[in-house]
Design a protein around this ligand. Structure first.
Ligand SMILES: Cc1cc2nc3c(=O)[nH]c(=O)nc-3n(C[C@H](O)[C@H](O)[C@H](O)COP(=O)(O)OP(=O)(O)OC[C@H]3O[C@@H](n4cnc5c(N)ncnc54)[C@H](O)[C@@H]3O)c2cc1C
Length: 325
């Protein structure tokens, strides 16, 4: 049963920020993640502040410089189906298409997708784990087949969002509004490693709201997102990769390689990028890049299978994106 809370629907962003300032307030967008957390008592709230009626946060618009702004309340379906995004920011549209099920994509928002809570079964279950202020991460000696292989410790969650790695690959930023004003932060810097703070997932401070996501002009970047999961119906990534590549002739001039299902944050592999930048990518280069991406992997007792899975995925996707030329 849900714990009682009050419910308000502010009429403006300003009202929403004010309402969120009180102790125990929680933000509601599409509710597909939040309501599950409340039902399972992962955390409780005293007041639900629903921004779902704020029309100004919905929609996809081209910017004057040829980039894109996506309002935080834009549904994941709209992101997946937008023809401009499909053409110029393919990794993002493909990642959105890979999220959950049609029903969840129709209700869930892109802002909520970036800010959702992790899916670790200890965190979501009745365990007073590190992330809830407890003493230990139960995954270390427990059932850890879906946990992270990179960037873990002292907590070993994997970051759950499909769109976040694609947004990092596209060098996107989030615009945030809060009690102290407005700020913009790169999506790459938005999520927090447990080694920095195991109790929070994002850089959001109290009362702060993500209002929009800003993508720079795509400038002919070729991109892709692929996700491997246990089954082909809705499921989170066991392993995923977002690639954004710029070519000068046959040679890679810019690259971003970002993994999902690997780490507690979308995991950008600069090691893999360094291998391919300045190179004509063939099977050997792709294999070296995949090797470099996994060099620092530290699997737990039951998730060692992810290492060869990621290697194969990165190698295959690098070769595929070059072939699309
Ligand atoms: C069965 C199931 C399967 C799923 N599968 C996937 C999947 O494969 N891939 C995937 O990426 N996700 C998946 N999800 C997660 C989730 O439903 C979606 O990511 C969805 O996009 C979340 O958006 P929402 O608007 O419903 O968020 P909400 O539930 O409203 O919010 C989620 C969290 O983000 C915070 N939040 C929401 N919007 C903002 C904002 N604008 N600013 C600041 N904080 C905000 C809320 O306070 C809350 O803590 C799945 C969920 C379920 C239930």
């Amino acid at each position: 049963m849900l714990t009682n809370f009050s419910y308000i629907r502010p009429k403006s962003l300003r009202e929403a920020v004010k309402a969120l300032a009180s102790d125990g307030a929680g933000l509601h967008a599409g509710g597909t993640d939040l309501l599950g957390c409340l039902r399972d008592h992962v955390f409780d709230i005293k007041k639900m502040v629903s921004i779902s009626g704020l029309k100004e946060l919905d929609g996809i618009r081209e910017t004057a410089d040829g980039g894109i702004r996506i309002g935080a309340l834009t549904t994941v379906s709209k992101v997946a189906e937008n023809p401009f995004l499909k053409k110029h920011y393919a990794a993002l549209a493909q990642a959105a298409e890979a999220v959950a099920s049609p029903q969840l994509r129709n209700q869930g928002t892109i802002g909520g997708n970036l800010c959702q809570k992790p899916r670790c079964w200890y965190y979501r279950g009745e365990f007073h784990c590190l992330r809830k202020g407890g003493e230990k991460c139960f995954a270390v000696a427990g059932e850890n087949q879906y946990h992270c292989i990179l960037g873990g410790g002292p907590c070993f969650i994997v970051h759950p969002s499909d769109t976040a790695p694609a947004l990092v690959a596209h060098d996107a930023s989030v615009r945030i509004v809060g009690p102290k004003g407005t700020r913009t932060i790169a999506v790459e810097k938005f999520h927090v490693l447990p080694g920095v703070d195991a109790r929070r997932e994002t850089m959001l401070g109290p009362g702060e709201i993500v209002t929009e996501i800003v993508l720079p002009p795509s400038q002919g970047v070729r991109s892709t997102y692929r996700k491997v999961r246990d089954r082909s119906a809705w499921d989170f990534a066991l392993a995923g990769v977002a690639l954004a590549i710029q070519l000068n002739g046959d040679v890679v001039s810019k690259a971003r390689v970002v993994l999902s299902g690997a780490a507690p944050i979308p995991w950008r592999s600069k090691d893999a990028e360094q291998v391919i930048i300045g190179q004509k990518v063939d099977g050997t280069v792709a294999s070296k890049a995949a090797e470099a991406a996994l060099r620092n992997a530290r699997p737990l007792s039951q998730n060692g299978y992810k290492v060869p899975m990621f290697r194969a995925l990165i190698e295959e996707e690098l070769e595929a994106i070059i072939r699309k030329a």
